[in-house]
Design a binder for this molecule. Structure first.
Ligand code: FEO
Ligand code: CA
Ligand code: CA
Length: 645
């Protein structure tokens, strides 16, 4: 999430007293242990392998040797990637590289003069969540699927070009999701171009709407009277991979793309609809003018599902999972084979959700791939929102029409309206308002689920919720990682919870920025994923503006750290270039290659003005060309061994 969006959210919240009136206080799926065995039994070993199956989990790893077998790297303010001795890092697929659509491979131009049509077949901007989909189980060839969360208009266009039909089209084309084919050849990973599987999904690509909101009156617009086809996905943040081989992507801060004018409704205000959009889109694409087309606003904020292996597939917005500022979505599997999708929304004082599918995950067969056999799985089930009690217990509150207060009398006509107005429904149920839930990581063997709560400097401010047990710090500049274990299986209605850690420098003189991290400290956890050995990888997204200068200098540039959840030890593995965010992590099945993304290197205090001086803060990764570019980074050991051992 860029600093400017954070501030915009801040201003929206301040102007929105209705938010706090009512309530008080699933990327890589690692199939492990019994759950992995159950899924292997359903799908056979090939699909279990596709899902990253490994035989061991954290508790089993206590006997499997050193967990964190790399040398810690120090904090850094260098405009470079730094990895431990014995490791190498290489750049792959930066913004603007052609993705490899056959016959359409316009080259990157360092003055960013490429057109909107060019951009639609090039890597989008500001890479975020990503996943590696092996081709036939390979660790040397597969698809990388990744999100492009937002654009920095000062870098994307020449000066003065953003507010034009072509500029808006280019900005929309730089959003969305990329599917690229990659291969390890002669010791180096590179894009396979052309590739018949290379695809871009942009802010104007067609998406099918499925689930309770499909066709709902609140989803119908002048452009789509049926309410079943939305053009575009946007602000795609984190990602998850399903056991049936698809990619899930969260539409995070969608509200800022719309202009609401002077007279927003209470419902619109609850979602932070701004008076004026962050970008110029409403000036040239009427869909984003909510004063004229208010229902278009309901058509974003969903989890989208993409089948990357089928280049003819239409992606789907899964409305049964609820509308929210979804960071991403992550799938667990119950012992009887149903999908449980965890999701949080990255916004201050918003919620954590889980969805339990009605049906079991179906195996491939009868001419259908697993993705095709499960194309309606996420359309039927029960959505819940989390309440974390002060005594360390918690409860999942059903977001079901007709149950409790979710009735027509309270403004919810049907289940479609419950999922479209998920936040309002969660308010009524008394769910816990969290400190910006980001990524979720699932340990299938122990059944502990981990979630980063990145920060919330408004916690405890006047007229804002104060600290509670799950969000214990006022002026929370550093964030924490919470974890819970369901009572019974993943579909259980109650849970126990605790904190893995509170982030921050333990030696900080400011008590609310002091952490309890054992080992290398950090601020603002965001990306989070287990590898198949059970190492929990933590990625950070801290902004200098949220910290005192000395604090920021001690923590350094954003980074990635490995955590042994059995002992709590945290060790810094990688530091990124100046003013970037480290996000997205995926490994090949043999663990010999790790892919991560570097987002917004050189982010400035006011990005829009950067057109005249693009390399003011960073020129990573093309030192000679200047304009900083988000990019994927490929990390390998010089000896070819498994990462982190
Ligand atoms: Fe897009 Fe929540 O970071
Ligand atoms: Ca973030
Ligand atoms: Ca994030």
């Amino acid at each position: 999430m860029p600093k400017d969006f954070t501030e915009m959210e801040n201003s929206n919240r301040s102007a929105n007293p209705s938010i706090h009136e009512v309530s008080d206080p699933a990327r890589r799926l690692w199939l492990r242990g019994t759950a992995g065995a159950a899924v292997a039994a359903v799908f056979g070993p090939s699909l279990a392998g596709l899902a990253g199956c490994a035989a061991t989990g954290p508790s089993g790893l206590a006997t499997s040797g050193p967990r964190l077998g790399f040398q810690s790297v120090p904090p850094s303010r260098a405009d470079a990637i730094v990895v431990p001795p014995g490791y190498v890092a290489a750049v792959l697929a930066p913004w603007g590289e052609p993705i490899g659509v056959p016959g359409r491979m316009p080259p990157w131009r360092s003055d960013a003069s490429h057109s909107a049509d060019d951009q639609a077949v090039q890597m989008g901007m500001h890479h975020d969540g990503l996943h590696f989909f092996p081709i036939e189980g390979s660790s040397t060839r597969g698809l990388l699927v990744m999100n492009h969360e937002y654009t920095d208009e000062g870098l994307l266009h020449g000066p003065g070009k953003a507010d034009s039909p072509e500029g808006v089209r280019k900005s929309q084309a730089a959003h969305g999701v990329s599917v690229i084919e990659v291969a390890l050849r002669n010791g180096q990973w590179d894009m396979v171009r052309p590739s018949p599987l290379a695809r871009r999904f942009t802010a104007y690509s067609p998406f099918r709407v499925a689930g309770p909101a499909a066709g709902h009156a609140l989803m119908r617009t002048a452009f789509d009277p049926e309410g079943r086809t939305v053009l575009g996905t946007l602000n795609n943040c984190a990602s998850g991979r399903t056991p049936w081989g698809t990619y899930l992507s969260g539409e995070e801060n969608f509200a800022f793309y719309f202009s609401g004018g002077d007279n927003t409704t209470k419902d619109q205000a609850r979602w932070g609809l701004p008076k004026k959009a962050f970008y110029a889109w409403p000036n040239h694409d009427a869909r984003f003018d909510a004063t004229r087309h208010p229902n278009e606003f309901h058509r974003f904020g969903w989890v989208v599902e993409i089948d990357p292996m089928d280049p003819t597939s239409t992606p789907v917005k899964r409305t049964a999972l609820g509308r929210a500022a979804h960071e991403g979505a992550w799938v667990a599997v119950t012992k009887d084979g149903r999908a449980v999708v965890y999701s949080g929304e990255d916004a201050r004082f918003e919620y954590i959700y889980k969805f339990v599918s009605r049906d079991r995950i179906a195996p491939a067969g009868n001419g259908l791939t697993a993705a095709q056999a499960n194309r309606e799985l996420l359309d039927h089930g029960t959505l819940y929102v989390a309440r974390f009690n002060a005594d360390g217990t918690g409860r999942w509150l059903p977001l079901v029409h007709g149950q409790g207060p979710l009735t027509a009398a309270n403004g919810f006509a049907d289940q479609g309206e419950v999922v479209i107005r998920t936040r309002q429904a969660s308010d009524l149920l008394g769910a816990t308002k969290m400190d910006r839930p980001e990524w979720i990581a699932i340990d299938h063997q122990s059944r502990w689920v981990y979630c980063t709560l990145t920060n919330n400097t408004q916690r405890g401010q006047p007229d804002k919720p104060g600290p509670d047990a799950a969000n214990p710090r006022a002026n929370n500049a550093m964030g924490q990682i919470i974890r819970w274990q369901e009572d019974g299986d993943f579909d259980g209605p109650t849970m126990r919870w605790s904190h893995l850690l509170l982030a921050g420098d333990p030696g900080n003189t400011r008590p609310d920025a002091r952490g309890n991290v054992q080992g290398d400290f950090f601020g603002c956890p965001d990306g989070l994923a287990f590898d198949s050995r059970g190492v929990l990888w933590i990625q950070t997204d801290a902004h200098a503006t949220q910290m005192n200068k000395g604090e920021f200098e001690r923590i350094g540039n954003n980074q990635m750290l490995g955590c042994d959840v059995a002992t709590g030890e945290v060790r810094r593995f990688l530091t990124g270039p100046v003013n970037c965010e480290i996000t997205g992590v995926a490994l090949t099945p043999d663990q010999s290659t790790m892919f991560i993304n570097v987002q917004h290197p050189g982010e400035t205090p006011s990005d829009i003005s950067r057109a005249d001086a693009p390399q003011l803060y960073s020129s990573w990764p093309d030192k000679a060309h200047g304009r900083p570019r988000s990019a994927t980074v490929v990390i390998r050991r010089q000896d070819g061994g498994a990462i982190g051992t």
